[in-house]
Design a protein. Structure first.
Length: 182
């Protein structure tokens, strides 16, 4: 497995070894000791799976008092995955990193606690899987508008994505800064 540091402190890209032949492939998607050595040393408490169609955009989501670290990957299709640093005292506060995750490259992105997260489905269908370091607390969820001009994520689209009603009314980054943790 190759570990690549991103411009955001703590966000890591994992490029796994893919063992393939005429029958298909095998990939190790989690091995505690190897990931701990790479810097992912928080316990995972929940695994999630999301299935979406082309043009669906989910995010930018976070939890206010119970921030989650997430190890994300795509097992079917292709997405553009985004992490936004919302740690107030971070030198990259308000900056974002995005990467293509797909069932072809089987790359994983480690997004530590203190980041907002979102993804855009680029294939006809995508199956998105992720491990979380804290439980989901519905009363604690927060979101930032996907097209916030201050963050200015460069989503690879030339159309209006499909977002949930909740995401369509998400607040701007400037209006959520006051309650973010440091």
């Amino acid at each position: 497995m190759e570990v690549i540091k991103t411009p955001l402190e703590g966000v890591l890209m994992f490029k796994p070894r893919i063992f393939g032949d005429n029958r298909g492939c095998f990939v190790e998607t989690w091995q505690e000791e190897r990931y701990r050595e790479a810097g992912v040393n928080l316990p995972f408490v929940q695994d999630n799976l999301s299935r979406s169609s082309k043009g669906i955009l989910r995010g930018l989501h976070f939890q206010k008092k119970h921030p989650q670290g997430k190890l994300v990957m795509v097992s079917l299709g292709k997405v553009f995955d985004v992490a936004v640093d919302i740690r107030k005292d971070s030198p990259t506060f308000g900056k974002w990193f995005g990467s293509i995750l797909s069932s072809e490259n089987l790359n994983q992105l480690w997004i530590p606690p203190g980041f907002a997260h979102g993804f855009l489905v680029l294939s006809d269908e995508a199956q998105f899987q992720y491990k979380c370091t804290d439980f989901y607390h519905p009363e604690d969820e927060g979101s930032i508008r996907w097209d916030d001009s201050e963050i200015a994520v460069n989503w690879p689209i030339d159309f209006e994505p499909v977002v949930s009603p909740k995401d369509s009314i998400a607040p701007s980054f400037s209006s959520v800064k006051s309650f973010l943790l440091s």
